[in-house]
Design a protein around this ligand. Structure first.
Ligand code: UD1
Ligand code: BG6
Length: 371
């Protein structure tokens, strides 16, 4: 039931304040007699000790689920101190990459049925790793075959392009990082700030959804373009990849997510006064590096659309003029949840304006159950 919306993708983008609330329900604990804050993930609490002892954490997924793992990697590394790698399921299988008994392998899948992810799960089970699932579908193959896991509880997602599952996956992985790091005193203040940030996140998502009309106007401007580049780094490298994935899969426009740190190693050659480029430059430890990227893109007369923190337009857009998307600020590791929303809206409006099928893009399936 699409309710007041025209398409499922539109509905699923707009229901993110609610889906995120459901994802966190009963899992965040604040206050109480000792005023402590913590996270309770019922599905993994008995396995936390084993996870903390593992030599490596490996995320495995495809498409948007892979991007979500990439978004969560920095905070998991920070709070756990354990090396974290992120694998595309098919690539891990192609390489028969090493997986050990001392590894924790985390399988991320909205449907819980993706063939490559499932096969990688069998492979990791054979190799003796602790296998953890992060899925939206109770009773799915991945939920059944993993040793333990967390349901993201985002509600049924119908649009082929994943939207609300992506933001809920990131939130679950951030909660996982908090749970793993729960026994470390030195990071307590950081963890409490993130938990506060999680409580506020649905209202911040509601705020960023107000950019709907602005994103529609931007889509109108980009309607006839051949290509769109999206630059990001740090927490928001994943935002660049996921934003570009949305644009290509539904709006059928070539789009590429680019790690800004790699700009000079190739992508800069593409920059001219015609190609539109989105640069994600919200406040975090990488901000000054992104300012310098923007400056260099301006020097090549790049057509820039800069996503920055509210009130930062002047300092973000250095060295020239650019269109600006201002978003609310949240704790740095949660910022990818906010930043993807305008790009989801942009992809949605581009698709409608270009006259393509929003919910069932050409040649794609919601769940890829064959290899
Ligand atoms: C569970 C209940 C929830 C109830 C809550 C109350 C289910 C599905 N969830 O939620 O309805 O309100 O307790 O305490 O009944 N699992 C995997 N692999 C996966 C995902 C999950 O093995 O990929 C396992 C978990 O280890 C766990 C079970 O499935 O044993 C349920 O997981 P989850 O729904 O995340 O647990 P709770 O949040 O505790
Ligand atoms: C398909 C979907 O390609 O599978 C994508 O169209 C999705 O939206 C990908 O990200 C992975 O699916 P899942 O269910 O394993 O997360």
């Amino acid at each position: 039931n699409k309710g007041k919306y025209e398409h499922y993708m539109q509905k699923e983008i707009h229901e993110q304040p609610e889906s995120l609330t459901t994802t966190m329900r009963g899992r965040l604990i604040r206050g109480g007699s000792c005023k402590s804050m913590s996270v309770l993930l019922g599905g993994i609490k008995d396995h936390l000790k084993t996870i903390r002892r593992s030599r490596r954490i490996v995320f495995i997924g495809c498409g948007t689920s892979y991007n979500a793992a990439l978004a969560a990697r920095p905070i998991l590394e920070e709070l756990s101190g354990i090396p974290v790698s992120v694998e595309i399921a098919s690539d891990l299988l192609d390489r028969q990459g090493p997986i050990y008994r001392e590894d924790t392998a985390i399988f991320v899948s909205q449907s819980g049925e993706t063939a490559d992810t499932l096969q990688a799960l069998e492979y990791a089970l054979e190799n003796g790793a602790l296998c953890v699932g992060i899925t939206n579908t109770v009773g799915s193959a991945i939920a059944r075959h993993t040793h333990c896991g967390v349901h993201i509880n985002a509600g049924c997602e119908i649009g082929v392009a994943s939207t609300k599952a992506y933001t809920s996956q990131i939130v679950v992985m951030a909660m996982l990082a908090l749970a793993i790091g729960d026994n470390t005193l030195s990071s307590q203040a950081r963890r409490e700030a993130i938990i506060d940030g999680l409580f506020d996140l649905p209202s911040k998502v509601k705020e960023v959804l107000k950019l709907d009309q602005e994103m529609k106007n931007l889509a109108q401007l980009l309607i006839a373009e051949q290509s769109l580049l999206v630059f990001g780094r740090g927490y928001n490298y994943a935002t660049a990849l996921e934003g570009a994935l949305k644009v290509k899969e539904v709006a059928l426009m070539h789009s590429e997510g680019i790690l800004a740190g790699e700009m000079k190693h190739g992508p800069l050659a593409l920059v001219d006064e015609t190609l539109p480029i989105v640069v994600v430059a919200t406040q975090d430890a990488c901000f000054s590096k992104q300012q310098s990227v923007i400056q260099q893109l301006h020097a090549r007369k790049g057509r820039l659309i800069v996503m920055c923190t509210k009130g930062d337009a002047a300092s973000a857009c250095v060295g020239g003029s650019c269109r600006v998307i201002e978003v609310p600020q949240v704790e740095d590791c949660l910022q990818p949840v906010i930043n993807i929303v305008p790009l989801q809206l942009l992809a949605y409006h581009l698709t409608v304006l270009r006259g393509y099928n929003v919910d069932q893009p050409r040649n794609l399936a919601k769940s890829v159950t064959t290899q």
